[in-house]
Design a protein around this ligand. Structure first.
Ligand code: AMP
Ligand code: ZN
Length: 466
């Protein structure tokens, strides 16, 4: 069945075929490891996981690179502010390498909790300084880059077209509108390839331009080229990468190889909170741990991501996430009922579910549509082992660990109660001892709103996830 994927470059869905044989070569912009990745970041990696799984389901082999940005990502994508790694290091009183190692470990732990299929190659920026230097030298040689007192800059006026990925209007971004104009730059939109390190900068390397460090965009161009060649199949990232980071990656590759590095560019829309932007500065980002404290498993968050197509915004609220947790519990219970089932389903029915599911995921990863089909199977009145097997087949793409349903259901029965709920239970116990029934009911409702059901038994209060 034909696989169609949207391409930001052409702004349309296109039939997918790899450039070479059966192997799909993919590059994904990975995390900047200066802090905990939040659930918004993980929407991007859940999307990456779905893409990988759908490609594998279509029998392709994958060669997929994801970078780890552990140097050079300044606070603003427009080459302003401090290096995020160095800033975090100062704040936490550690060196930037310790910061990077710590948050990289946590990132992969969380990827594991989301059952995200890991790319074949994980490439750290600090381990590819030589490749990046070579790339910059080549750009100078090809007359696409020049030196200033601050570093080496890319001269965008040398390109036939810039930008090509976004509808960004350069006039809107005249340097000086927000920041001081750098009079040494030839064009206001020229961007840093290599940055001369101030004395206090810890991460710096010898280069023809003295002790210095790479700009953010060069790492992806250099590592993509090293592992995947001058032209590969798919490049992914979040929509925030379109106007600057990916535009500049394309510029760099054109300057070096005269080629747009990827044939297809895929971007995941943002996860929002309460209808607005999710950002560390607004203090409204959440980690998987924070969700778990409220009784929402990482896999329930993954299921939550499937409620919207990756190219549409998705709004996070705890209320909806808690109902997704309940949905995940129902999915597991539904699977277990099918395992116990004895009915025989006609093969044509199974085949029809399979082909509808494949059609949905092959239509630019339409997970909301695919989930509709999953629910039809879960809720089917006929209880059959064939349906249980079908759900396991679907799980090759969902990655929700459906085969472990029994374990999860048993764990739910011995749930770990969050501190917040324990305090409410204690308060309710006191209210009941004081025969303050209205307070007791009020607290029961509050506990219920937070996703737990409290029951009064001879042994006292018992609790379960609602
Ligand atoms: P960073 O670690 O900031 O470089 O971001 C890692 C990935 O998360 C990038 O692909 C971003 O585009 C993506 N990202 C950041 N915030 C969000 C969000 N709120 N929703 C979806 N993706 C995001
Ligand atoms: Zn990148």
């Amino acid at each position: 069945m034909e696989l169609k994927l949207y391409n930001t470059l052409t702004k349309q869905k296109e039939e997918f075929k790899p450039l070479q044989g059966n192997e799909v070569r993919i590059y994904t912009c990975g995390p900047t490891v200066y802090s905990f990745a939040h659930i918004g970041n993980f929407r991007a990696y859940v999307f990456m996981d779905t893409l990988r799984r759908v490609l594998k389901y279509n029998s392709y082999d994958l060669k997929h690179v994801m970078n780890i940005t552990d140097v050079g990502h300044l606070e603003s994508d427009a080459d302003e502010g401090e290096d995020k790694m160095e800033k975090a290091a100062k704040k936490e009183n550690k060196n930037p390498y310790e910061i990077a190692a710590y948050y990289t470990d946590i990132f992969f732990r969380d990827m594991g909790r989301l059952n995200i299929d890991k790319p074949e190659i994980i490439a750290k920026a600090t381990e590819h300084i030589a490749e990046m230097l070579e790339f910059v030298k080549k750009l100078i040689e090809n007359d696409y880059a020049y030196e200033t007192s601050k570093g080496i800059y890319f001269d965008i006026s040398k390109l036939d077209k810039y930008p090509i990925l976004s509808n960004r209007k350069l006039d809107d971004q005249i340097a000086g509108a927000r920041v001081d104009v750098d009079t040494e730059k030839r064009n206001p939109y020229d961007f840093a390839l290599w940055i001369k390190a101030p004395e206090a900068h810890i991460m710096k390397w010898e280069s023809p331009w003295g002790l210095s460090y790479p700009g953010w965009h060069i790492e992806c161009s250099a590592m993509g080229r090293k592992y995947l060649g001058d032209e590969f199949d798919i490049h992914t990232g979040g929509v925030d990468h379109i106007p600057t980071h990916h535009e500049n990656e394309i510029a760099q590759s054109k300057g070096c190889t005269n080629k747009v590095p990827a044939k297809r560019w895929m971007h995941v829309e943002f996860l929002q909170v309460d209808g607005g932007k999710m950002s560390k500065s607004l203090g409204n980002t959440y980690t998987l741990d924070q969700l778990q404290e409220k009784g929402i498993e990482p896999l329930a968050y993954k299921l939550f991501c499937y409620t919207a197509h990756y190219r549409t915004k998705l709004n996070f609220t705890f209320e909806v996430a808690l109902s997704t947790q309940k949905a995940l519990n129902r999915l597991r219970e539904g699977y277990l009922k099918h395992i116990e089932g004895t009915e025989k389903v006609e093969e044509s029915i199974i085949e029809s579910y399979k082909s509808r599911f494949l059609e949905a995921v092959n239509d630019d990863l339409n997970m909301p549509l695919a989930m509709g089909i999953v629910w039809e199977v879960v809720r089917n009145e006929m209880k059959s082992k064939q349906f249980a097997e079908l759900l396991l087949e679907f799980d090759k793409i969902l990655g929700l660990e459906i085969e472990n349903s029994k374990k999860y259901v048993q764990e739910k029965e011995t749930i770990k109660i969050p501190e917040e709920i324990k305090l409410l239970l204690e308060e309710r116990k006191i209210a009941r001892e004081n025969k303050d029934w209205s307070k007791s009911d009020e607290l029961r409702d509050l506990i219920n709103q937070k996703g737990y059901i409290v029951k009064d038994t001879k042994e006292g209060q018992t609790i379960e996830i609602s």
